[in-house]
Design a protein around this ligand. Structure first.
Ligand SMILES: Cc1ncc(COP(=O)(O)O)c(C=O)c1O
Length: 427
């Protein structure tokens, strides 16, 4: 590897960035060394289109074992009737679910991207908004919370085939039970996209989507702390609720087989066996009692960070958080999200600019920043560090033009990072 100097240097640069800065992007995390090692293993060499025992290629005995281990652990972790561990990403997982449940042009209700949803929940620049008739629900202007009366009205008016709950910038618990009431009222399927809180759900620190949701998708690399990828989970209650009639064809079919065939051959070819092995490790890690403690600390850290930011005079969307993420409204500070992101990065604090609900600015500028605690918590940081970090963030945002202060903060950040080692024996 060291012979490829250019690439080696770029990777070393990224390692140093991860070590010496505060990673506060809510959707990022640091996997364990075991996950890293397995994702870099020889399993990347193997083509294994199909599923264990039913592959289109020879030589799959060992990778069949790998996939079965991952699938069983995933089902145990999420108490699911069936798990598909092959989606290459959260977006692919969502695409496969849409292919299972919808015909092109069908109506779906999902959270507006500008209000905390996700691109795959109907954005016009995404396949979802182009292939399906997505109707977006907004959060309440005053509280920032999902407004169930509005969703009920939209559902009754548009009669969606599928309702999606969950998003990428919603700081509160997803209220699965409330969504079920609406889905029942209009006889719609209910999908939860738990990409963000899946680790917290696995640890029992966020309410479970069962028995309310029919189908669940997630990424594996956010709070779940696994490798980059996606999963699809089928609920135990699907059969009780819907019988065994397939959503699209009307034919009687096994739902788990239908989901699997939507992933492969529906939208993907060969699975990434090295990543599936990494997922298997992450699921096992998440089944350990320490993972519950880790998730408790993620939330406790986020609450401390939120409270300190509020005490320092910042407005938070929904006035706080139940989870790992916080959305800061900077509109009264006369700072854009773009400027805040850039100056915080200069100070060694990595965040992302984010639209706030009813934002007057474009997605490239925005009036907010989103911050999260999973990665900092993985490094071992606790509440005391959160108070210190909130004050550093405030120092940057209150002195946005002052290079001297930004340099001072950067050195404080570096010192803090040096006490919380990351990937110590790597390179
Ligand atoms: C709610 C939600 N769904 C889906 C995704 C898509 O995941 P990926 O980036 O792996 O495609 C994300 C990623 O940010 C997300 O936040």
């Amino acid at each position: 590897m060291k012979e490829d100097i250019k690439l080696f240097n770029a990777i070393t640069e990224e390692l140093n960035r991860e070590r010496n800065t505060l990673e506060m992007i809510a959707s990022e995390n640091f996997t364990s060394r075991n996950v890293l090692d397995v994702v870099g293993s020889i399993l990347t060499n193997k083509y294994a289109e199909g599923y264990p025992g039913k592959r289109y290629y020879g030589g799959c005995e060992a990778v069949d074992k790998v996939e079965n281990i991952a699938k069983q652990r995933c089902e145990e972790l999420f108490k699911a009737d069936h798990a598909n561990v092959q989606p290459h990403s959260g977006s692919q997982a969502n695409m496969a679910v849409f292919l299972t449940f919808l015909n092109p042009g069908d109506t779906v209700i999902g959270l507006n991207l500008a209000h905390g949803g996700h691109l795959t929940h109907g954005s016009k620049v995404n396949f979802s908004g182009q292939f399906y008739n997505f109707i977006s629900y907004n959060v309440d202007k005053e509280t920032g919370l999902v407004n169930f009366e509005e969703i009920m009205k939209l559902a009754k008016k548009h009669k969606p085939k599928l309702i999606i709950c969950g998003g990428s910038a919603y700081p509160r618990f997803i209220e699965f039970k409330e969504f079920r009431k609406i889905a029942d009222e209009v006889n719609s399927y209910l999908m939860a996209d738990i990409a963000h809180p899946s680790g917290l759900i696995a640890a029992g620190e966020h309410p479970s989507p069962w028995p309310y949701c029919d189908i669940v998708t997630s990424t594996t690399h956010k709070t779940l702390r696994g490798p980059r990828g996606g999963i699809i989970l089928l609920g135990n209650d699907f059969k009780n609720r819907w019988g065994i009639v397939a959503p699209k064809s009307g034919r009687v079919k096994n739902m788990s087989e239908l989901i699997d065939s939507s992933v492969m051959p529906g939208i993907q070819g060969g699975p990434l066996m090295h990543v599936i092995a990494g997922k298997a490790i992450a699921f096992k890690e998440a089944l350990q009692p320490e993972f519950k403690e880790y998730c408790k600390q993620i939330i406790s850290n986020a609450k401390t960070l939120a409270l300190t930011m509020k005490e320092l005079g910042y407005k938070l969307i929904t006035d706080g958080t139940d989870t790992h993420l916080i959305l800061i409204d900077l509109s009264d500070k006369k700072i854009t999200g773009r400027l805040a992101e850039s100056r915080l990065e200069d100070a060694g604090i990595t965040t992302n600019k984010n639209m706030i609900p009813y934002d007057q600015k474009s997605p490239f500028v925005t009036s907010g920043i989103r911050i999260g605690t999973p990665a900092l918590t993985s490094r071992g940081m606790k509440n005391q560090e959160m108070i210190f970090i909130a004050n550093l963030i405030d120092k940057v945002l209150s002195n946005i033009e002052n290079d001297k202060i930004i340099i001072d903060v950067k050195s404080d950040v570096k010192e803090l990072c040096s006490s919380f080692k990351l990937y110590e024996n790597l390179i």
